[in-house]
Design a protein. Structure first.
Length: 642
């Protein structure tokens, strides 16, 4: 079970902000830094106050972990509010914009302010000879860096506040600044954090071997993310189009060299143990609340308390129908699943890639009598017994119902992989941020000069091709030449559904072009032309009884999982060898709940990834919402024709 409980119910006097205005200065009597930061215990409380903001309503708890940030990419599709998912947001878009200060702009900027106060207080009053106090300072630097990386990936240019409002009360009126200043500042902050933070095994007891607290590895990983973003492409207001963040070849070379060094430090220290042998086990551990750094591939997760705050599973698992009390661990709570896999991507996995069946689920869980109304035409007892042996035709059972290809949900986060009962929408599964495979692939990207092919020197002693092949070998695949095209594809297969892809595409300058190309590919899939000429309209499979999926308290006796799926790879056309309905084989249209061979939908109405090609190039970022502009004292405005 989790030991990280500090997300909930922390109301600390330090850095406390009113609900109306997170940036309203707190009176000196309520915020005596000398009093707070001379005490390691009170310093820890101040750090907890930063974490507290992740669990607030309309913050990460139930907004930024549920499809509003990743939006649609060439491999993932969010089913959340249409204006966000179709890149047609407006400054008055709802759900991320609130008039009471409880919105993501307010929360993340509050993280910056609370981090500023902690950094200033510790540096001025803390005993930096105390390893715990030094750890807290490094943690505050990491949390501030994370907050700024979040702000810039959602909004681009944002106000730059690296001092507290106590030091500069006019900071509330700061206008947007060039994000390059932020990236440059974070380079130094994160290198400083890396000197303050130990490796996980050497962290103080509050953080030792915990994936929910930073270590030196996180500082290096965030530095790599920062630098690759800084060296890459982005939508910029000065041209109303994408351009390189910096045209300086020498600076880009420095950024790639520093990224290689930072990632190599992690790789050399962590060794091969940090890359788990079993891809599925990465996510089984997350769902099972495994926070032991030694047995997890994750370097850092945002922690939520068990069943108290945090709706990550609620929004990222597969849907279930009438499965409460029947599916293992699913006692109560909704499945407001919002992440599906873009149909073309399903056919892109290489044969034998173990990641496909972890990432993509062609079913939803259903608890129902019979075989489900409308799901099968065969109703006779002989077929039922063949398909689901061990039950009568009308008996209620738990089973996996095949879906339309437009509704193949993400499979990395599954309720049945939990080890405790899920009793509400607030399931408390942690939000994973960085894992070791990302560090390895960022090393590879920097080593080949990134998207700009900037020549760099590799003095790390590590071979990027070897690191690249380790990721592929874990997936069950042979070596492949390390080049930028192959690396971009590999990151898609490795990180689908982890809220990384959109921001990869943005820094590669590929978001608009890949979305447009994917819509054309979807049309080809629908028509079975071009690369999809040899694909099937039907999916074939059998059922296997597996009662491990059942809630032991349920009266339902049997559960059935889909096995031997055929028809979801290029070339898998026609019925598979050995197909026999009398032996329990099922044939369904892959395009819906229809009979074998039926083709009933087209991608334009079902798979739309953006509103139109004219607005897409200017909608990479959120607008600054009207409520935030209205409370900025005239300091904020919108670019990109919002």
């Amino acid at each position: 079970m989790k030991t990280s409980k500090y997300i909930v119910l922390m109301a600390v006097m330090v850095c406390a902000a009113s609900c109306k205005d997170f940036f309203e200065p707190v009176s000196p009597s309520a915020m005596d830094k000398e009093y707070v930061f001379q005490s390691p215990v009170r310093t820890g409380n101040a750090i907890e106050a930063i974490y507290h903001l992740f669990g607030e309503d309309n913050s990460y708890r139930n907004r930024l972990i549920c499809g509003y940030q990743g939006l649609n990419t060439d491999i993932e599709r969010s089913t959340k509010d249409q204006d966000f998912t179709l890149y047609s947001m407006t400054p008055s878009s709802a759900n991320l914009s609130k008039n009471d200060g409880k919105d993501i702009w307010g929360y993340i900027n509050a993280m910056v302010e609370r981090s500023n106060n902690a950094i200033e207080g510790i540096e001025q009053y803390g005993n930096l000879e105390d390893p715990l106090v030094r750890y807290y300072l490094g943690e505050a630097y990491c949390l501030r860096a994370f907050a700024y990386l979040e702000l810039t990936k959602y909004w681009g240019d944002v106000p730059i506040r690296f001092v507290s409002l106590e030091k500069d009360p006019n900071g509330i009126k700061i206008p947007k600044g060039d994000r390059n200043e932020i990236y440059a500042h974070l380079r130094e902050d994160l290198k400083k954090a890396a000197t303050l933070l130990p490796w996980s095994e050497d962290c103080p007891s509050v953080a030792q071997y915990k994936t929910t607290r930073p270590s030196k590895a996180l500082a290096y990983a965030l530095l790599a993310r920062n630098n690759l973003t800084y060296a890459g492409w982005a939508l910029r207001a000065d041209v109303n189009d994408i351009r390189l963040n910096t045209p300086d070849d020498a600076l880009r070379a420095q950024l790639y060299e520093e990224t290689m060094w930072a990632c190599a430090e992690v790789i050399k220290h962590e060794g091969s143990y940090k890359l788990l042998d079993d891809y599925a086990q990465i996510f089984k551990n997350l769902c099972a609340d495994v926070e032991d750094y030694r047995t997890s591939e994750f370097i850092w997760e945002i922690p939520f308390a068990n069943g108290t705050r945090g709706q990550f599973m609620n929004y990222n698992t597969a849907k279930g129908d009438k499965c409460l009390g029947v599916l293992k661990n699913n006692v109560s709570g909704s499945t407001n699943s919002c992440q599906t896999v873009v149909p073309t991507f399903i056919y892109d996995f290489e044969a034998g890639d173990k990641r496909r069946d972890v990432t993509v689920l062609p079913y939803v869980w259903v608890s129902s009598p019979g075989l489900g109304k409308g799901n099968f035409s065969e109703k006779d007892t002989a077929f039922v017994e063949a398909a689901m042996p061990g039950i009568a035709g009308t008996e209620t059972r738990l089973w996996q119902k095949s879906q339309s290809i437009s509704s193949f949900f993400l499979g990395k986060y599954r309720i049945e992989w939990m080890v405790r009962d899920r009793q509400s929408n607030d399931d408390g599964i942690n939000y994973p941020i960085v894992r070791y495979a990302d560090v390895a692939l960022m090393f590879c990207e920097a080593a080949i000069g990134g998207i700009t092919k900037t020549a760099v020197s590799n003095t790390t002693g590590l071979d990027p091709q070897v690191q690249f092949d380790l990721i592929r070998d874990r997936a069950g695949l042979a070596s492949k030449p390390l080049n930028m095209e192959n690396l971009m594809q590999e990151r898609a297969f490795e990180f689908c559904g982890e809220y990384i892809r959109k921001y990869d595409l943005m820094r590669w300058g590929r978001l608009t072009s890949n979305l447009i190309a994917t819509m054309k590919r979807l049309e080809a899939l629908d028509a079975h032309t071009g690369e999809f000429a040899n694909t099937s309209d039907s999916i074939y499979y059998r059922f296997k009884m597996n009662n491990e999926y059942l809630n032991p308290k349920s009266s339902v006796k049997n559960a059935y999982e889909i096995i031997d799926v055929w028809g979801l790879r290029k070339g898998e056309v026609g019925r598979p060898a050995g197909f026999d309905k009398s032996a329990g084989w099922v044939a369904k249209s892959v395009f819906g709940d229809q009979e074998e061979g039926d083709h009933v939908i087209g991608p334009k109405s079902n798979y739309r990834l953006y509103d139109n090609e004219k607005t897409l190039p200017l909608r990479h970022y959120y607008p600054i919402f009207l409520t935030n502009i209205g409370t900025s004292n005239g300091a904020l405005w919108n670019d990109y024709n919002y």
